[in-house]
Design a protein around this ligand. Sequence first.
Ligand SMILES: Nc1ncnc2c1ncn2[C@@H]1O[C@H](COP(=O)(O)OP(=O)(O)O)[C@@H](O)[C@H]1O
Ligand SMILES: [Mg+2]
Length: 452
Amino acid sequence: MAPSSDAAADGEPSGDVMTYHLKAEHELRIEVDFDRQVTVKLLSGDAEIFGCELPKGGAKTLSGVKCAIFTWHAAQIQIVGKPDACYEAEASAAMRSYLNLHTALEERRKAAVTTTSPTTKGPRVLVVGNTDAGKSTVCKILCSYACRADAMHGGVAAAAGHDHWVPVFVDLDVGQNSVTPPGTICAVPVDAPVDPVDGWPGEAPLVYYFGHASPGENAAHYKALVESMARVLAQRETDDVLARAAGLVVNTMGWTDGLGYDLLLHAISALSIDIVAVIDHDKLTAQLKAHVGSQGGDVQVVKLPKSGGVVTRDTNFRKRARDRMIRSYFYGSRSELNPCASAIDASSFKVFRVGGGARAPNTALPLGATSRMDPLRVAPLPMTRDLERCVLGVLHGDNAALGDADVLSKPCAGIVCVTEVDASRGKVHILQPSPGSLPSKLLLSGTMRWND
Ligand SMILES: Nc1ncnc2c1ncn2[C@@H]1O[C@H](COP(=O)(O)OP(=O)(O)O)[C@@H](O)[C@H]1O
Ligand SMILES: [Mg+2]
């Protein structure tokens, strides 16, 4: 239905308040640039932003977002401010298929929590597709729906004190991360619908620092980190029946051919994926079906439509989005945090990089093969000005016990950014999220750079 201008209706001279009357299974798609603010309010009916319900009468202020306010039944939405784009569209096909997938996941969760078999797990879904297919959005919707569902059963619910699932969201996209800074992979338990303003819950994420915006920079290192994360998640599931039943929702990058495809297959196997949801990609669907068929396992490959609302982002936008993500790590998304600039002794920590060493002498290789760089070699880096602007991952762990192998397996406690290397004084100036000494002396570098 056409929007009405409240100003016109009231006869008051304000053109910035619009009321939209959305029909069932329609959505209001809104784009708001970073330098603007738009307030949305649900006046009546029901509405959700990527699976997170809008409270009736409650207002949300959006800035720097492209999103959709969707209604299953009908809704009256008030928009205050000037969005860069705002239009209504029908969204039944995409949203119904996402809901159907969610319903299938719920069945598996219920089956997993009611079984006595310790090996029966809840759904482990991997969302794949090209860039700008809506993968991150589908992950958000699936996690939010799982958190909203009244899905607990009998004594399990009561014993756990939960009334909804807490699925784990795994983000394997090191270039356009949803939760943690670029260059990382992470797993985070999602215990509430993903708020359109506050984003994903950031509590207790399990993070690994890779240090590059593309896994192609060092695929072996990337795979090693995915495997390390998978081991920790498997342990958590062994200890916790509800975690095992709630399952995983895994986001991937949009690289689906060549090495990118190989990395998807690796993730399927490392994380014991049992449902692969392919968004709008017939060739990939066919390839994956043929692959899982040849493996003889019970991995299901399902096809999902792409929402007509997904907005494409160019390379420059992606780079800016990464810079913003690092900025908000240090300063907060609303500049509410105070990072700390400190000068630390170069002798008090070590910076490593992964890859770059010689793999093996040519004489040790088959005839005709040549030696390549060992992608998993851990090498210390000198404290030179080359480190300036470098984003470094600070690895978790007991300082005394850390060795090369830890670099490939230890989670990351946070990131710091090198602002200046003063070699003559033996000092390295860094920006860190909070004051105090670093959680460990082991820092990992890659190709991520950032300018404060
Ligand atoms: N239905 C929709 N209406 C409006 N914007 C959308 C819709 N679905 C997704 N978007 C936006 O489109 C952009 C790309 O979607 P995203 O899920 O990040 O794609 P991908 O992860 O596949 O690259 C994001 O900014 C997202 O918020
Ligand atoms: Mg994405």
